[in-house]
Design a protein around this ligand. Structure first.
Ligand code: AMP
Ligand code: GLY
Length: 425
């Protein structure tokens, strides 16, 4: 089968790397791709915002499945257009992608389906928002209602901060969501849905802050590991039964079935898992730790999802090993990153780590940086400490003057592993 992969980041490189190993995938193309993806796929210069052009290309090239990596084309209806043209697609229609595109949509669905999540209120302007603050304690969470790319969230510790955040977020007439603060540890749960049937597809934890010790501004993620051991099998089953399955059922009942990967951001509170947010795609860099652990033909699985035949696929299984990925970003990220810095990877792949390209380009035959997050370096091991030391061993062999990374990805788990071995020792 000829598969077309849409996207150009580290997540898509991990998907391309996995799809290229799929026995069912005989030809892999990627639009627009990146220099790392080019090792596994033929790059196609398609405008992915132009659904008509994508459909025409799929028809002339005999594409049997389109796998969409990022959320933007899904929220814009690329999935709808492809499905209407009879082309199987891994990724939801725009109506179901509102789970990521609109916090208010997700909160309303949670209320309808009795899904545990933080109390919330949607406010259309500053006056509404300031009045609504009276109904919440502190800290309180203020979010933009829309695609926020992980940056539109303020956790206000004081009333003054909360008021400033409300004024800031509503400035220019933007609606906001105010939420009760949930305390606990966060974990991400992934699930595949073919519209009706749903199966868990691994867990991960990421590091959103730019600096060591989880300080500094929020980013798209500076590193991740899988599985998230805090999400025990019991908690995962509870989250599937109380959160993910009712969501898929509610969307099916509404006539907007969810097809693709559903990424549930969970807060593990003392009352059990609660939903923080949904994304309608794989996480980046979470995908870079899920794909190396998935033991199976991802192309065949993605097709089963796209065709509503998940039940025929059989159980999905993952390696028992831990995978950990370290993001190498360009200096300046998450502000304005330096672009064009040269990168030499010649020595870095030798210890078995996988180097996924996130924001790279080729200029005059040389690899250069071309984005905020530039590379994600994944290694596996019998535990987090081993995966971590292998990943950093590879990172340290990368020559990239303009780059930086966090040195403590996985710290929470490494500390827990140390505690456990002290108890046992
Ligand atoms: P979001 O953009 O909704 O994913 O939020 C980004 C981050 O803000 C989450 O990963 C949490 O760390 C934090 N956050 C969002 N909502 C809440 C909440 N209700 N309680 C506590 N933390 C939250
Ligand atoms: N790493 C967070 C995300 O992909 O949204």
């Amino acid at each position: 089968m000829h598969i077309l992969l849409i996207g150009s980041g580290g997540r898509e490189h991990a998907l391309a790397w996995k799809l290229a190993q799929s026995p069912s995938c005989t030809r892999l193309s990627a639009a627009p791709g990146n220099p790392g993806i080019a090792h596994h796929a033929t790059l196609v210069a398609l405008d992915i915002a132009d659904a008509g052009a994508v459909i025409d290309w799929c028809r002339t090239q005999g594409v049997a499945l389109v796998v969409v990596g990022p959320e933007a084309p899904l929220c814009d209806g690329l999935g709808d257009r492809l499905r209407a043209a009879g082309i199987p697609v891994f990724g939801p229609d725009a109506a179901a992608a509102r789970l990521e595109g609109s916090k208010a949509f997700t909160k309303a669905l949670c209320a309808r389906a009795n899904i545990p999540t933080a109390a919330w209120v949607r406010c259309s302007d500053a006056t509404d928002g300031l009045a609504a603050l009276d109904r919440f304690g502190l800290p309180v969470v203020i979010k933009a209602d829309g695609l926020a790319a992980g940056k539109g969230v303020v956790i206000a510790e004081s009333r003054e901060q909360a008021e400033a955040a409300v004024r800031d977020a509503t400035d220019g007439g933007h609606p906001i969501v105010i939420e009760e603060f949930m305390s606990g540890e966060e974990a991400s749960l992934f699930a595949l849905s073919d519209g009706r049937n749903v199966v868990a597809f691994g867990s991960a934890q990421d590091h959103k802050r730019v600096g060591d010790g989880d300080i500094g501004p929020n980013t798209g993620g500076m590193g991740a590991y899988s599985p998230a051991r805090v999400l025990t099998p019991d908690l995962e089953a509870q989250a599937m039964a109380e959160i993910v399955e009712p969501t898929v059922a509610a969307l099916a009942a509404a006539g907007t079935p969810y097809v693709g990967v559903l990424y549930a951001g969970l807060m593990l509170t003392h009352e059990g898992p609660k939903l923080v947010e949904y994304n309608c795609r794989f996480g980046d860099p979470e995908c870079q730790v899920l794909m190396p652990r998935f033991a199976g033909d991802f192309g065949a699985l993605a097709l089963a999802v796209a065709n509503g035949r998940l039940k025929d696929f059989g159980p999905v299984s993952f390696s028992e090993e831990t995978a950990l990925t370290v993001v190498v970003a360009a200096k300046g990220y998450p502000g304005t990153p330096l672009r064009g810095g040269t990168i030499d990877l010649a020595d870095a792949e030798s210890n078995g780590a996988i180097i996924f390209h996130a924001g790279t380009a080729e200029r005059a035959g040389k690899l250069v940086s071309n984005g905020g997050r530039v590379l994600t370096v994944t290694a596996t091991g019998t535990n987090v400490a081993e995966a971590q030391s292998r990943a950093y061993a590879a990172v340290d062999k990368i020559v990239f003057e303009d780059g930086f990374c966090r040195r403590d990805i996985g710290w929470r788990e490494v500390a827990r592993e140390n505690e456990q071995s002290e108890e046992q020792g």
